[in-house]
Design a protein around this ligand. Structure first.
Ligand code: UTP
Length: 293
């Protein structure tokens, strides 16, 4: 029987340089879409997919992220006294069971692959999910849940996939696809940030993964043979080249790249326009402002 995916790694140790100076003191993952931090969207998605253990790979300066998941009894007491039940409900979304959340430190920002490898002892011999909170996905069924449902049938290593514009190919891990079966893509290689002319396709990996524990050994070997950043793409590519099962999954949903300023702003507008309390006012403002351009 295939093992259930109950552990997820959230690599949040990056420097977030694209949002400097804000990220000098605020972790990128705490930045909000309207009023919920990016990390909350990732946690909600993981929970909806059946994840029970949440492993954060953090670094220096990420204290606010750890505090975010602490209990807030004083605040709750005050809200209760004032009868603010809606806000209390919102606050409950941040509750994590004792022991469900673990923080591992990445001492140096040596790349996404290295960040994932830092969690190896907590993963041991189980399949696991990886979620990058700066990729926010709005969908009917949460993206990771879609992937886990597929994984239950196929097993293997799976990356969320989407087609990107030609000019964006060099910013992503790109899949070499041998077969397409509905949303499922069979992958025999991957290229990290290739030039457009070298890219095997325009199908990019984005920040959701389900990985077999053997990927940790690949990362360890990459670490030994490499002085530069350790890329998760390279470990998955090696697995594929050696005949391991690697799939892309073209998820249903709209993905926002909240690691970039434009993507973050688009997500902010899109999420605000979904809110009954903001929609009318904001839509009118956007119309009037755009008309003046
Ligand atoms: P990014 O490539 O977006 O890097 O990382 P970044 O540092 O967050 O942001 P910029 O490019 O400087 O603006 C993708 C994901 O991998 C994590 C990041 O926290 C983010 O979730 N990461 C990256 C690590 O945890 N450790 C690293 O060494 C690198």
């Amino acid at each position: 029987m295939r093992r259930k995916v109950t552990k997820a790694i959230f690599p949040v140790a990056g420097l977030g340089t694209r949002f400097l100076p804000a990220t000098k003191s605020i972790p990128k993952e705490i930045m909000t879409l309207v009023d919920r931090p990016l990390i909350q969207y990732a946690i909600d998605e993981a929970r909806a997919a059946g994840i029970k253990e949440f492993i954060f790979v953090t670094a220096k300066g990420k204290g606010a992220l750890e505090d975010y998941f602490d209990g807030a009894p004083e605040l709750e007491k005050t809200l209760r006294k004032k009868g603010k039940t809606e806000l209390l409900k919102e606050l409950r979304a941040t509750d994590m069971d004792s022991g469900a959340i673990a923080y591992i430190r990445q001492r140096e920002a040596l790349g996404l692959g290295h960040a994932v490898w830092c969690a190896r002892r907590l993963i041991s011999n189980e399949p696991f999910a990886v979620l990058l909170p700066d990729d926010v996905i709005s969908s009917t069924t949460p993206c990771l849940k879609q992937m886990i449902e597929q994984y239950t049938e196929t097993g293997g290593n799976m990356v969320a996939a989407m087609e990107v514009k030609p000019e964006e190919v060099s910013s992503y891990g790109i899949l070499s696809v041998t077969e397409t079966n509905g949303r499922l893509l069979s992958v025999d290689d991957m290229a990290e940030k290739p030039a457009l002319e070298d890219a095997p396709s325009r199908c990019a990996a984005i920040g959701r993964y389900i990985l077999e524990p053997s990927i940790m050994n690949r990362l360890r070997d990459l670490k030994q043979g490499n002085g530069n950043e350790i890329q998760l793409t390279d470990a998955i590519a090696q697995e594929a080249r050696d005949g391991g099962k690697v799939y892309g999954y073209t998820f249903e949903g709209q993905r926002y790249d909240c690691g970039s300023k434009a993507g973050y702003l688009k997500a902010t507008v899109a999420f605000a326009l979904k809110r009954d309390d903001l929609k009318a006012d904001l839509a009118e403002f956007i119309k009037q402002t755009a008309a003046k351009l």
